[in-house]
Ligand binder design. Sequence first.
Ligand code: UTP
Length: 295
Amino acid sequence: MIRKAVVPMAGLGTRLYPVGVVLPKGLTPFVLADGRLTTGLQLITETLLEAGIEQIGIVVSPENRPIYEAFLAGGGERYAPARAKRLEMQSTYESLQRLRRHLTFIEQSELLGLGHAVWCARHFAGGDPVLVLLGDHIPLPLGDPAPIQQIMRLYERHQAPVYSVHRVPVSKASLYGVLQGEPTGEPRVYRLLQLYEKPTPDYAHRCLRTAGLAPEEFLAHSGAYGFPSALWEVQAQIAAEYDPTQGEWTLTHAQQRLLQQMPAYLCETEPPWLDFGTAQEYRRAFCYLAGCADV
Ligand code: UTP
């Protein structure tokens, strides 16, 4: 059973510069259609807990850790008189304290890449299977744990890696890790054949087509990864061999190695999850969550 999740949030957030310098990406604010003010951190972790995850390791930079901790502490004693006067403040405070009981902050002191961020969580994971959720993607439908539970159930059934995917047009394939799958007969579930980081449109057309999709459509990562405990063995091998001069330590390294050892499955998320890592994506995510626009 997957009971632990790892959410990497340690990146610099350069595409949200200069706001990202002082506002950790996980604390990016959103106003929901019902008027509630929330953040990426809350939307992601609340959905994970609802899906049945019990412990969540948030990978953060040493610089941002005190900011996240202060946020979850909800203003402590300093805000106590204000909370005592305002019921809605008190209930938000209590929901933060509930969240806090399930969260562990893990520091990534060198930004070597997503694969390294996950490696930083190895002691938290203690060799257990984990669900990894990107810290700048909001699972949809909002507050609905069903897509995350589907990944957890598929993992349970196959005891093998399960990755969430969404469809992208070939024009965008070069921005993503593209995954070639073959249909399993179960709607929106594929068996992974191969994965390739940022392919050219030509390569995608020639080598990465998934049967059943339109000719211009490809499957790309959408932000969630269910990993068996074998992840930690392959990550240990990668750590032993890793040379920072040869580029980023991506998660694709571990996915490739796992695929040599066992099958892996893809689970299509519909609607696609909301990325809020760039100004344009943030605008789109904000408007959608506020109820002002479609995805
Ligand atoms: P991104 O590369 O998309 O985001 O990583 P970023 O690094 O925060 O932002 P840019 O690219 O500079 O604009 C996807 C997720 O993985 C985390 C990021 O925080 C983000 O949530 N991440 C990435 C880490 O935690 N550590 C890393 O070394 C790299």
